[in-house]
Write a protein that binds this ligand. Structure first.
Ligand SMILES: [Zn+2]
Length: 303
């Protein structure tokens, strides 16, 4: 009933050509992790369109005409930055969107990109590792930036947005505490994980886990035979127990590495995209919990 009422009020306002204050803020987010954060903070005050969908790869995305239309109608565009969305500037231009753009990673201390990534990156990307959200401390910076963007777009909704943001921040703190507590019993030297592409640099730095990947920070790059051979030697030498395939990546390379090293495939982890709503990583927080469970199950000393 409430929803019906809101719609009719909006319609009435539209009739008088007044600014439609009851309408949700139309936000376009580039990929699911950002879309979820906007929803957590925006609640009912936002209508979010996410360009790269669940299990999609934002590194190599090709925007559609529908994306340009969504941008053209948006009040706010939310991007990651750090070279993650190499296609966004062209899309913004094509759409005619002239409104504000919130760069969620703004204020994050970036980790330098790998050489590989620089070689293969387009348009001069690759100076930095874009996967900053993989540290919850950074996710809190993302949440702050999203709050700022939403409040600027809808100052009349500031009180609700701030309350939602505070509640979300408390949840982020809780999940960060869980990650630290779960990793604590695992000796630092045993915290070694192999993933398909290099998406967990911030996670590793923040939580003291060493991540190895045969492919660089963008899925655009392909692993060189020499790199794969080196990685196989390293996995054997360091007795790494498990390799993980991100849901956005091709599993074949890691299957080969698993066969040649005896390291088992430790399960699917989510790096750059959330799962569908009925999957194990429908929100950012669910993703962090799911990955933690996968990592600790593989790393925990046998009891
Ligand atoms: Zn990535």
């Amino acid at each position: 009933m409430k929803r019906l009422f809101a719609v009719s009020v909006t319609a009435a306002l539209a009739l008088f050509a007044l600014p439609a204050l009851a309408e949700p803020v139309k936000v376009v987010a580039t990929f699911t992790i950002l879309g979820d954060m906007v929803r957590q903070i925006g609640g009912d005050e936002v209508a979010v369109t996410t360009l790269v969908g669940p299990d999609g790869d934002a590194h190599v995305y090709e925007p559609t005409p529908a994306d340009a239309r969504a941008l053209g109608a948006a009040n706010l565009v939310v991007v990651n930055g750090l070279g993650m969305e190499g296609w966004i500037d062209r899309l913004v231009k094509a759409s005619g969107y002239k409104g504000p753009v919130t760069v969620t990673s703004s204020g994050v201390k970036p980790i330098a990109g790998t050489e590989e990534h620089e070689e293969h990156g387009h348009d001069g990307h690759g100076a930095f590792d874009p996967h900053a959200w993989q540290s919850v401390a950074n996710a809190k910076i993302y949440a702050d930036n999203i709050l700022k963007g939403l409040v600027a777009a809808a100052p009349d909704k500031a009180a609700t947005l701030r309350a939602n943001h505070a509640a979300y921040e408390a949840k982020l703190d809780a999940v960060e505490a869980e990650i630290k507590a779960a990793l604590k019993p695992i000796p630092r030297k045993d915290r070694k994980i192999v993933t398909s592409h290099d998406a967990f640099g911030y996670y590793g730095k923040t939580y003291g886990v060493t991540f190895l990947a045969p492919v660089g920070m963008s899925t655009e790059a392909e692993a060189a035979a020499g790199d794969i051979a080196r990685m196989i030697r390293q996995i054997k030498k360091e007795k790494i127990k498990a390799v993980f395939v991100e849901t956005i990546a091709d599993p074949r390379l890691l299957e080969q590495i698993s066969r040649e090293t005896g390291a088992r495939i430790g399960g699917r982890v989510y790096s750059d995209a959330l799962s569908a709503a009925d999957g194990p990583a429908a929100t950012y927080i669910d993703m962090m919990r799911h990955n933690l469970q996968q990592f600790t199950r593989a790393l925990a000393p046998a009891s």
